[in-house]
Design a protein around this ligand. Sequence first.
Ligand code: HEM
Length: 223
Amino acid sequence: MIKEAIEREKRGEKGGLSTTLLGNLFSKGCDERTMTVMATDLIFGGVEQTAHAAAFTLYLLANNQHQQNILFQELSNDKDGQNYLRAVVKETMRLYPPAIGNIRKLGVPLTLGEYTIEPNTTYVLAHQTMSQNRQYVDNPHLFKPERWVRNNEKEDIHSFLTLPFGWGPRMCVGRRFTEMEVFSIVSTMVSRFKIGWSGPPIGIKSEIVIFPEGPLRFSFNPR
Ligand code: HEM
């Protein structure tokens, strides 16, 4: 599909890329491979991962009614500037990080504490392995948004425990966009419906991205 769009642009046909981000890259001489990678990232990130993040958040709220009620109260009162909503989404991404990890290959060796990172070797910072390690977080399999709320219950967790969008100059460019979308989906759904779940626990499939497997058995009862 992307290849066809690039070909259309080269032929100067209508329906090419001229008014799009890719069209812009093309007109500035960007090579085909980079354009294809960018477009794939946007499709995977923009559509798929955001939908998965929203589905996992609603799933955890459906199965944790106490937390769903706290969120509903917060959204109704709108006193706390959506603190709890942010904590709910952060905690969901700790348990179900939509991307499996951050991947790096260095050009030069690097010493990190007791480890030497070799050049030309692919390293994966595996999100689930890190963010569900009981060495770094208490009751790692428990859905507990309170961990992230700035009050007495906030736990002393290293800020790099959960990095679902990566970190540094190559971190996800779509982070704010995704957060805006997920906050908006979750707050609208929870404000309007009492969300339930009828069925076995959700299955997950892990490829480059982590996504729900099988039907999403939600129930939505108007409030
Ligand atoms: C739940 C949603 C998303 C997650 C979990 C996610 C996660 C990630 C991760 C882990 C990386 C690699 C970061 C690194 O290596 O340090 C990345 C890169 C990237 N993401 Fe996302 N992403 C999401 C949504 C989006 C959206 C909505 C867009 C675009 C609108 C997007 C565009 C990109 C691009 C272009 C890169 C490559 C950045 C670069 O290499 O400089 N992502 N994302």
